[in-house]
Design a protein around this ligand. Structure first.
Ligand code: NDP
Length: 392
């Protein structure tokens, strides 16, 4: 029996992970499931899987969670410290699928206890990549990528030397607004941005796909995970979302990973690694697909990609600033305070102010400094959002 925990169990990736685990309950001992607001889902899954503990991030929801778990034998807990404690419970495999910077500390706790970390929470590597990789080295824990593009790169690298890699190409569907003219993008609504043409994902990553901030995060994630230089990382628009990434080698070969847009593939690969096992994923009929298209992204439409390069060149705490500003820009867009096209200028303004400011981002990378920069960047983002609203 493998002891497994799922952080962010009530979300899109968490639910796909549970789908795979629930198909073979005899193979898994479920230690911890964590969630946020969705107490009914968290309690139902904790009961069904016989988890040791269920944790909600929201302390105010603890009475509701306790009531929902009454008589089940599952422990209930709440709050940030409880999340970290649950992630630190001995387990063989931990899925890190909390959304946003909130996933960093629980993921680190899982790594520190030596569990294999299946990493969907790309924000961990964007905000504190060197700290996350160092924690894994210290404990001997393994990190397996779950983001489909990074899982694709990881799979294309099996049996290869990283020194032979000249480039990686991360594909992007282009999200909900791929073919919209810029004038229309300025008026895009939250509902329009929340629907993805190919993938079924949580609302925040879906909007980040439309704005290309998701791809920007993935570029930084690839740099941190695979130790690439910024110049080695390319992005291509690929509307079909079937080729998830390509790895280029020094002999000119490009190894592409092709598969249907179903997260259970990348999750299953991380769950069963180093073996490949059958998964409930549809076989791809390339004859029916017919055409696979690729085109270079238009950086004028996607300033997020340019900002990702600034962050990669800058290093240090720039990723923490970028991610926090991006998370707040998204919050402000979701509540209607700023428009869709205001998000990138907001993030850029925060980056410029903070990289030039007294708390210069070029200092040592420590967890405390990451948290401090995250806090300052969110405050700065709120000021910039107010300015944008007043001007608008
Ligand atoms: P969802 O929004 O669907 O789920 C997020 C999960 O995190 C939920 O369990 C949610 O709880 C929980 N959560 C939200 N806020 C907090 C918080 N402050 N503290 C602790 N837990 C919290 O997200 P996704 O599943 O789409 O994405 C999860 C991560 O995986 C993200 O980093 C995303 O970028 C990455 N990813 C997602 C992919 C996808 O296909 N969805 C693909 C590749 C990567 P609740 O819902 O109960 O409030």
């Amino acid at each position: 029996m493998r002891r497994v925990s799922i952080l962010g169990a009530t979300g899109s990736v968490g639910q796909s992970t549970i789908d795979l685990i629930a198909r073979a309950p005899e193979c898994y001992d479920v230690v911890a499931l964590t969630g946020g607001q969705n107490i009914a889902r968290l309690a139902a899954d904790a009961r069904a899987l016989g988890a040791e503990i269920a944790v909600t991030a929201d302390e105010a929801l603890l009475p509701e969670l306790r009531a929902a778990l009454d008589g089940s034998g599952v422990e209930a807990a709440a709050g940030r410290a409880a999340l970290i404690e649950a992630a630190a419970r001995p387990a063989d495999w931990v899925m890190s699928a909390i959304v946003g910077a909130a996933g960093l500390a629980p993921g680190l706790a899982a790594l520190e206890q030596g569990a294999t970390l299946a990493l969907a929470n790309k924000e961990s590597l964007v905000t504190a990549g060197p700290l996350v990789m160092a924690a894994a080295r210290r404990s001997g824990a393994r990190i397996l990528p779950v983001d489909s593009e990074h899982s694709a790169i990881f799979q294309a690298l099996v049996g290869e030397e990283i020194s032979a890699v000249t480039r990686v190409i991360i594909t992007a569907s282009g999200g909900a607004f791929r073919d919209w003219p810029l004038e229309r993008l300025a008026r895009a609504t939250v509902a329009e941005a929340s629907s993805h043409p190919n993938w079924d994902m949580g609302q925040r990553i879906t909007i980040d796909s439309a704005s290309m901030f998701n791809k920007a995060l993935e570029m930084i994630e690839a740099r941190e995970f695979f130790g690439l230089t910024p110049a080695q990382i390319e992005v291509l628009i690929h509307p079909q979302s079937l080729v998830h990434a390509l790895v280029g080698f020094n002999d000119g070969a490009l190894m592409a990973h092709v598969g249907p847009p179903d997260m259970r593939h990348a999750i299953g690969y991380a769950l069963h690694w180093p073996e490949r096992r059958a998964l409930p994923v549809a076989a791809l009929d390339l004859g029916a697909v017919g055409v696979l298209e690729f085109r270079a992204p238009d950086e004028a439409r996607s300033p997020a990609l340019r900002l990702a390069r600034v962050v990669m060149e800058e290093g240090g705490l720039a990723g923490a600033i970028f991610n926090a500003a991006k998370e707040r820009a998204l919050d402000h867009f979701i509540v209607g305070r700023i428009g869709f096209l205001d998000m990138a200028p907001l993030v850029e303004a925060v980056l410029e102010r903070m990289l030039a400011g007294p708390d210069a981002a070029r200092g040592d990378l420590t967890l405390d400094r990451v948290a401090h920069m995250d806090h300052l960047a969110r405050e700065c983002a709120d000021v910039v959002a107010r300015d944008i609203k007043q001007q608008g």
